[in-house]
Ligand binder design. Structure first.
Ligand code: SAM
Ligand code: SF4
Length: 441
């Protein structure tokens, strides 16, 4: 494929959509481009290169990419160089190249280390596509990390072998791989040296991470968290997203032992009906999920729980949906994400019978979200009166106001003397649905 040559881009913008792993990938792409001498375009400035780092997880993902491409056209009819990255690129790269001539680069999530050379190819007039899946080559080829916000993401595991019947991730992100221990320790050290005080370990199935430590011992995610916790300048460790079947005794015990491992667990369940869970190929039941939560609560009684839910999976009846509401009542989530089922082409669920009408899904989602919002507010109200540490992330809207997170991942605002990256002790004095007010102690 070829098109006319354009000049090499000097400025870029990376727009990431979807999950936190995409946010991580977007940061790494920005670092790669900066290492090539390009600079990030300022807010509102025109960029010579725009990378759309896409998400394919839910409905209309592809249409959204085409409309984003259309919106990048400038008033004079010209357009920046457009690169489409992420899971839509992986799944629909060829089609994008055919339908959108303004796209010059298509790069999948496992090959974005090649982005600079692909941009150079595109500047010389040759459109470039790369959707191979050599995941480990990518990490080795990325530049070293230099700067970090107080909270940083670190991808430790990629891909998924679970094949839930609704999900595209095993097809777009490939087979499960764990990055090597030594590489992760090194990247974490650089993040901390660059300013990170909290690291969130990321993976589609982060708690399936395995590796060998520096003494050659086989370890799981708890072993990695223990090793990271030894760095005195790293104050907090989080991880997401976990699968209920991979919550090992070791990881649960780490929540009791490791002060730096924050009392928060995002553990998606998706539905409360065992028949639906089986049709989803989740390989856990509602009861086995609740038992995992009992174990984690025994280890860390103040743990804040979070989850993901899908309403309207094909064939889900009203009674089965009620089971989801009952599970929500039983757990009392501190926060959660909930979605209407959307058929993803190529997944087994897409061809299952009895798709649930949109109006029914809407109604179920509203009821589920009302229950989840009620519990989130109750959790926040239950925190009022507690004194806790807050990691200061940024300034607030009002003079002297600062924003940060509690150990339970709640947003906390307070007024007083502080600086970004500092851990301050705060008494929580007032709760809203999405944040809490604190007073410096
Ligand atoms: N690996 C994680 C897990 O097992 O939960 C994250 C997968 S996905 C990036 C995040 C969430 O998107 C899933 O937990 C699920 O609730 C939702 N999701 C995935 N596929 C979906 C679909 N086809 N329709 C609606 N929601 C979907
Ligand atoms: Fe998708 Fe299931 Fe894998 Fe999560 S565990 S990424 S929902 S297939």
């Amino acid at each position: 494929m070829s098109s006319t040559a354009t000049s090499s881009p000097k400025t870029f913008r990376v727009k990431s959509f979807g999950c936190q792993m995409n946010v991580y990938d977007g940061e790494r792409m920005a670092e790669l481009l900066a290492a090539e001498g390009m600079s990030a375009a300022g807010d509102g400035d025109d960029a010579d290169l725009v990378v759309l780092n896409t998400c394919h997880i839910r409905e209309k993902a592809t249409e959204k990419v085409y409309s984003d491409i259309g919106r990048l056209r400038r008033e004079d009819g010209s357009a920046p160089m457009i690169a489409v990255a992420g899971c839509v690129a992986q799944a629909e790269g060829e089609e994008i190249m055919t339908r959108a001539p303004s796209v010059k680069v298509v790069v999948g999530p496992q090959s974005y280390h090649r982005l600079p050379e692909m941009v150079a190819e595109a500047a010389s007039g040759k459109r470039a596509t790369e959707t191979d899946m050599p995941a480990e080559a990518k990490f080795a080829a990325l530049p070293k990390r230099r700067k970090s916000a107080p909270t940083a993401f670190l991808t430790v595991q990629e891909g998924c072998d679970k094949f839930c019947t609704y999900c595209v991730v095993p097809y777009t992100r490939g087979a499960e791989i764990s990055r090597p221990f030594a590489d992760l320790i090194e990247e974490a050290k650089l993040l901390v040296a660059g300013g990170a005080r909290e690291i969130t370990l990321l993976g589609q199935n982060v708690n399936a991470w395995t590796g060998e430590d520096d003494k050659g011992r086989s370890i799981g995610l708890d072993g990695l968290a223990r090793a990271l916790a030894a760095d005195p300048d790293l104050k907090r460790i989080r991880y997401t997203t976990s699968h209920p079947n991979d919550m090992t005794d070791g990881l649960i015990a780490a929540h009791a032992e490791l002060e730096k491992l924050m009392p928060f667990l995002h553990l998606p369940v998706q539905a409360g009906s065992d028949r639906v869970l089986k049709a989803m190929n989740r390989s856990h039941t509602a009861d086995s999920y609740l038992k995992v939560l009992d174990r984690i609560r025994a280890a860390r009684p103040d743990i804040a729980l979070s989850g993901d839910f899908i309403v309207g999976f094909p064939g889900e009846t009203d009674a089965e949906f009620e089971e989801t509401l009952r599970l929500v009542d039983a757990v009392g989530y501190a926060q959660a994400f909930s979605f209407k089922y959307s058929a993803r082409p190529g997944t087994p669920a897409a061809t299952m019978p009895d798709h649930v009408p949109a109006a029914v899904m809407d109604e179920r989602l509203q009821r589920l979200q009302a229950a989840l919002n009620r519990d989130q507010l109750a959790f926040n109200q239950g925190s009022v009166g507690k004194t806790c540490e807050v990691l200061v992330e940024r300034k607030g809207k009002h003079p002297g106001q600062w924003l940060g997170k509690s150990p339970w991942l709640q947003s906390v605002h307070f007024v007083g003397e502080a600086e970004i990256g500092q851990m301050v002790t705060v008494k929580l004095v007032e709760a809203g649905p999405n944040s809490l007010a604190g007073q410096l102690v």
